[in-house]
Ligand binder design. Structure first.
Ligand code: HEC
Ligand code: HEC
Ligand code: HEC
Ligand code: HEC
Length: 404
């Protein structure tokens, strides 16, 4: 029991530095959550911890086990969790800020002192070991996955989506939403092209999103194909087009494809297809109706000569890049050094997943976590939960006692 006391006192000594040094959100958090109260958990005496243990055995062990290491789906480990975080969380259950009827009932009638003691007790325990057995397979990086899908397209569309074959469109410089919509219309037969229909037969929606993202992130370049028309005449005739396709053929809207740098033969063929109705689009049909073969080729030559630009898409963060951000608050590999911020290391995977989904949906309150979780995809959440669940958790004691 003497050991527990030392553990918590050492924690108190580093807590100030940890808050000031590592975590930008700490000040905002402390103002809202009565820091004086939460820090009482750091000063718990052995007697308090012994009281906390008795309480845990009667009130908490049925679900969390007396050692704080859960053996039940949906119930988190709480052994070795950071003391101030435990205490603040118990307060949140008590005042129904964090909804869970199981937990609200468990703490409803406990005094503030009892919350401090039971929090200090669970904080003083050794955390759960890293789970043995297989790790869930990591969800692939979407851009890498898209690159994999694009291998089947490269023979026609070029390695990075820059066409080298007259009549085949470049796929760079196009908004991923447009690309996905185009693929779907080939698949469902609304846009008729047997080659593309066959090519996409085995490409599901996830793969379409991935391959579209891959092309959107490639360096735009003009198609390496010849143009038959007269670009100057095309420019003169292009006044009608800029309102939708952008002044220089760089569109600002995902619904309208960019034309800058597009293969000229493809553009001319598309205009003809709109005109004769084999590609169905009322807007474009009206615009193409008055164009003859020469006019189409001229417009195509003009747009083909324009400089394509990358669509407004950012490369999503990899799991490693996310982890770097999360660790700024949650400590190295989820071993928080801030008593207010929960340790994530070796927490149950399904609990971590649920917590992140709840933050993303904002059904669990936390300004810091809403900001972080807003940008996470389902795959990011699965990857992060699997990562932290398999990190070694360090007990609250993580610095040597200063020499007396
Ligand atoms: C009837 C089962 C049950 C009992 C009894 C119970 N808990 Fe829980 N506890 C849960 C469940 C389920 C959750 C997850 C709820 C959620 O997602 O908010 C939880 C969550 C928690 C959390 C949040 C952990 C985190 O990482 O945010 C803490 C802390 C906690 N319990 C402490 C206690 C303490 C202390 C007691 C005894 C006073 C106790 N629990 C009694 C079921 C129980
Ligand atoms: C055998 C050659 C070939 C292969 C392989 C191929 N495509 Fe195509 N693709 C074409 C042709 C030809 C068109 C133009 C069809 C039309 O006129 O509608 C096209 C059009 C497209 C378009 C529409 C572009 C736009 O500007 O509207 C998209 C998107 C596309 N392909 C994606 C893909 C993807 C993704 C793959 C790989 C899974 C792929 N293609 C494989 C030949 C091919
Ligand atoms: C009112 C808005 C609007 C105007 C004006 C307009 N377009 Fe379009 N254009 C679109 C939309 C929307 C699409 C996508 C239609 C589809 O999904 O088939 C499109 C598609 C195209 C395509 C097919 C591109 C591809 O990648 O498959 C070409 C080529 C094209 N337009 C050329 C022109 C030219 C040339 C002009 C001027 C004469 C013009 N457009 C004027 C809205 C417009
Ligand atoms: C700016 C600081 C900050 C950053 C960055 C941050 N978190 Fe948090 N995180 C917190 C705080 C504060 C809490 C406690 C909120 C509460 O009381 O519900 C928390 C809680 C959590 C929880 C709930 C733990 C539990 O035991 O219930 C998980 C899971 C989590 N964060 C994961 C992450 C992940 C994954 C990232 C990176 C994508 C991340 N956090 C980034 C501050 C941060």
């Amino acid at each position: 029991m003497q050991r527990s006391l030392k553990i918590l006192l050492v924690f108190a000594a580093v807590a100030g530095a940890a808050i000031a040094g590592y975590c930008p959100g700490a000040e905002a958090q402390s103002a809202a959550s009565k820091p004086g109260d939460a820090m009482r958990t750091l000063n718990a005496a052995p007697m308090d911890i012994a009281d906390g243990k008795r309480l845990a055995e009667t009130d908490c062990a049925g679900c969390h086990n007396a050692n704080g290491i859960s053996t039940t789906q949906g119930i988190p480990h709480i052994a070795g969790q950071r003391p101030a975080y435990l205490y603040l969380t118990l307060q949140e259950y008590q005042s129904d800020i964090r909804g869970s009827s199981a937990m609200s009932n468990a703490v409803k009638f406990l005094s503030d002192d009892a919350l401090v003691k039971v929090a200090a007790y669970f904080a003083s325990l050794d955390p759960a070991p890293v789970p043995t057995g297989a790790t869930a397979p990591a969800k692939p990086d979407p851009v890498e996955a898209g690159k994999g899908v694009s291998a089947a397209c490269a023979g026609c569309h070029g390695n990075t989506g820059v066409s080298q074959i007259p009549g085949i469109p470049s796929l760079v410089g196009l908004d991923p939403k447009y690309l996905v919509d185009a693929m779907k219309t080939y698949k469902d037969g609304q846009r008729k092209n047997d080659t593309m229909k066959a090519m996409l037969a085995s490409v599901n929606e996830t793969a379409m999103n991935e391959v579209a993202l891959f092309y959107a992130l490639q360096k735009p370049a003009r198609a390496k194909t010849p143009a038959a028309g007269d670009p100057a005449a095309g420019k003169a005739a292009s006044g009608n087009c800029g309102g939708c396709h952008g002044e220089d053929g760089v569109s600002g809207s995902p619904a309208t494809p960019s034309l800058a740098g597009q293969d000229a033969q493809y553009v001319a063929a598309a205009l003809l297809a709109y005109k004769d109705g084999s590609r169905v689009n009322d807007t474009m049909k009206g615009l193409a109706a008055s164009l003859d073969d020469k006019g189409m080729k001229n417009l195509a030559a003009y747009f083909a000569a324009q400089e394509p630009k990358a669509p407004n898409v950012r490369k999503p963060l990899t799991t490693a890049e996310w982890v770097e951000r999360c660790n700024r608050c949650h400590g190295v590999n989820g071993n928080s050094t801030n008593p207010r911020f929960p340790m994530l290391a070796s927490q149950r995977v399904e609990y971590l997943q649920k917590a992140l989904l709840d933050y993303r949906a904002q059904t669990r309150k936390s300004t810091e976590m809403h900001a972080m979780a807003g940008g996470l995809s389902e795959d990011d959440i699965d990857n992060l939960a699997a990562f932290y669940a398999h990190e070694k958790a360090r007990a609250v004691l993580f610095v040597p006692l200063p020499a007396k």
